[in-house]
Design a protein around this ligand. Sequence first.
Ligand code: ADP
Ligand code: MG
Length: 263
Amino acid sequence: MHGLLSVSGLKKVYEGSGRRVEAVRDLTFTVDAGELVCLVGPSGCGKTTLLKCMAGLLTPTSGEVLLEGRPVSGPPPGMAVVFQEYGRSLFPWMRVGENVELPLKQKQLSRQRRRALVADALESVGLGDAAGAYPWQLSGGMQQRVAIARALAYEPDVLLMDEPFAAVDAQTRADLEDLVRGLWRDRGITILFVTHDIDEAVYLGERVLILSASPTVVQEQLKVDLPSERDQLHTRVDPRFAELRTRVYEQIQAAKRGVVPGA
Ligand code: ADP
Ligand code: MG
């Protein structure tokens, strides 16, 4: 099976100034069109490295990433990325609307079409009124919404998200999680969501890929057979949710002890 996105035998070793860090050892997995897949693994296991390789921002040491069967060698036109550090991903001297519009300027679109996409994206993340504000006038959660809006306005087929809610408070995080599931349902975007948070991975994902600690391999893949309508109140107390999170937790522990899956 090929999938929309396919990562095969991906390895990344950082080398320089006498140091050698094997960030990712050997990763193989696929993501199908329209899927929402969560990738969970401990800090430092190479999640950001993997995402940068998938987004064409880093060249793998070996292995490859295919998007619709074609090797990714630079940032692919149909892909958008939301990074963890919203504080550094928005330009403070540009208003929210201008930040969201910026990547659209690479596309051959009329000014009117760009404006419509920006307004629609800001509306989708609940920031219809914020176009004229500067990022530093907004809370952390709102800034991360702006970063999501910027990705949406670009109309990506594939959205990669790297621990996007790690730095916001719990209530905001819950709201943003629901926002992501809603956007996924409404827009049919393929989403790969990276997190170190087991509960978040199970709550959001239709499938969870569990990474081992570095040197990193895929420890297990788990289908999340929870109903597709999820909400913060009921889903998290569903006995099946508890079973799934226990399963993910056990696999992460096994990965730490170096237990090879299936062995
Ligand atoms: P995660 O996102 O899962 O926390 P990272 O991909 O950021 O993990 O990092 C994986 C490993 O690679 C870590 O040991 C980290 O220190 C190392 N690393 C990340 N970026 C670089 C770099 N540019 N140069 C050298 N080592 C790096
Ligand atoms: Mg990271």
